[in-house]
Design a protein around this ligand. Structure first.
Ligand code: ATP
Ligand code: CA
Ligand code: CA
Length: 434
């Protein structure tokens, strides 16, 4: 399986940063997971643990290749979140460890965030702004409670919040989260939908050059696309989305999207196997450059054998430092796709949610769905943007709406995309009659 991304090796500009991120995660996650589990306390939500890494190391911190400082935020909360999302500790560490590490998809957009995939493509590290970081800490308790109450939540699954600082460098905050798209399947089409139409158009003429670009609301509408879910799945999806959006509204969050990846079972992975260039995603969201680094290197994902060898090595390594209690969970191979909340109804059809016809027969597509980019607080900047844009465009079409209206518009659009064109017509006719 061939993926596109810039492989981060010793020659890469961000090698040291990426290496330190992973080293910090490995040490802090195994430290927390080595302890006997216990219930969370209020203090766990504000906790932070600082480590200083250097060549020498000490009894708390093993020696590292480079000097850097690492902060682990709310380690116990994230341990519990990972357990709720059904990640196996050894599997998680294995994905985020090793020498060949990550591939970077980091042409920063307006947000300036960098994205890194774990080497097995299961996890994404996203660098975030200080404001987003502070905000996540502030809402962590609400987020945790929501995940506890909603095991099927569609919101981004956060597995860790950390900070790395190199000598003379800036502080870099980052989160580890789920990659919505599966390692083993081609995504034939990707949409990033907000429910707004202003500026939400990927230039179709560029699709020739970049056939796997992330498309937007207007492209969706132009294609008369819809999610074919059948009655039951449609209800499940919309009900969960409602609950998730209610939380985002309550926390004054906006600017989030529903990310949709579509795998066409008929097309399968054939193009991929022929080794054609595959555009996996368009980093930086709507503000990223239209086309993405042409110098990117084709990267091979590790084979099953490599993974098994790596898993053994890693378990050995964890054992020799301090044992992780793995008694209750069977050790799993990464190829079994255990992670990524397989138990959630939306991620259980081969990591996604399979289309269903109205007569309940299975459809020809698998949808990979989730609500992403959900750490933008409706703060002062958005208010200013709203004021200026509000002077020129239709108030309800601009993307910087207050969180209440943003959420309503979002839900409205998303309930629209689950309707077939005929249904949508019927609906509209009924509304006009009323
Ligand atoms: P902006 O604020 O300008 O929209 P951003 O840097 O905050 O950009 P996101 O909106 O979080 O970035 O993500 C940008 C793109 O990266 C998405 O449109 C999607 O293609 C991809 N992406 C983000 N999160 C995920 C995820 N969890 N799984 C798969 N792809 C993702
Ligand atoms: Ca975005
Ligand atoms: Ca953003």
């Amino acid at each position: 399986r061939v993926l596109v991304g810039t492989k981060v090796d010793e020659n890469h500009a961000n090698w040291v940063t990426a290496y330190n991120m992973l080293t910090g995660i490995r040490v802090s996650v195994s430290r927390t997971n080595a302890k006997l589990d216990r219930p969370l306390t209020d203090a766990d939500f504000d906790a932070k643990q600082k480590s200083t890494f250097d060549i020498a190391g000490n009894e708390l911190v093993p020696s590292a290749k480079y000097d850097f400082k690492f902060k682990d935020y709310a380690p116990w909360v994230f341990r519990h979140l990972r357990a709720r999302f059904r990640l196996d500790p050894a599997d998680y560490l294995m994905s985020l460890t090793g020498k060949y590490i990550l591939s970077e998809l980091g042409s920063p957009g307006k947000s300036g965030s960098f994205f890194y995939f774990s080497r097995d493509y299961k996890y994404i590290i996203k660098t975030i702004h200080h404001a987003e970081h502070k905000f996540l800490r502030k809402i962590l308790k609400d987020y945790y409670q929501h995940v506890a109450d909603n095991p099927n939540t569609l919101l981004s699954q956060f597995y860790g919040l950390h900070r790395v600082k190199m000598p003379y460098g800036k502080k870099i905050h980052f989160v580890v989260m789920n990659n919505l798209f599966p390692p083993h399947r081609d995504i034939h089409q990707t949409f990033d939908l907000k429910g707004s139409t202003i500026g939400r158009d990927y230039k179709e003429e560029n699709l020739g050059k970049n056939p796997r670009a992330t498309l937007k609301d207007l492209n969706w509408l132009r294609r008369h696309q819809h999610l074919e879910l059948g009655l039951q799945k449609k209800r499940l999806f919309l009900e969960q989305l409602h609950k998730d959006v209610r939380l985002l509204q309550r926390l004054h969050i906006m600017d989030y999207s529903l990310l949709i990846g579509i795998h066409d079972l008929q097309r399968g992975n054939e193009e991929n196997l022929r080794g054609k260039t595959l555009k996996v995603f368009n980093p930086g969201g709507e503000t990223s450059p239209e086309d993405f680094d042409p110098h990117s290197v084709l990267m091979r994902t590790p084979s099953k054998l490599e993974n098994q060898r790596k898993a053994r090595e890693l378990r050995q390594m964890i054992k020799s430092e301090r044992p992780i209690p793995m008694g209750e969970t069977r050790s799993k191979m990464p190829d079994e796709l255990e992670g990524n909340a397989k138990n959630s109804v939306f991620y259980k059809d081969d990591g996604g949610f399979q289309a269903t016809h109205e007569n309940n027969a299975p459809g020809e597509e698998i949808y990979y769905l989730g609500v992403i980019d959900c750490l933008t607080h409706y703060g002062i900047i958005k208010k200013i943007e709203h004021f200026w844009k509000g002077l020129s465009s239709d108030r309800h079409q601009i993307s910087a709406l207050p969180p209440e209206e943003y959420g309503e518009r979002f839900l409205n659009f998303m309930s629209g995309i689950t309707m077939s064109p005929e249904e949508a017509e019927r609906e509209q006719a009924e509304r006009q009659r009323a």
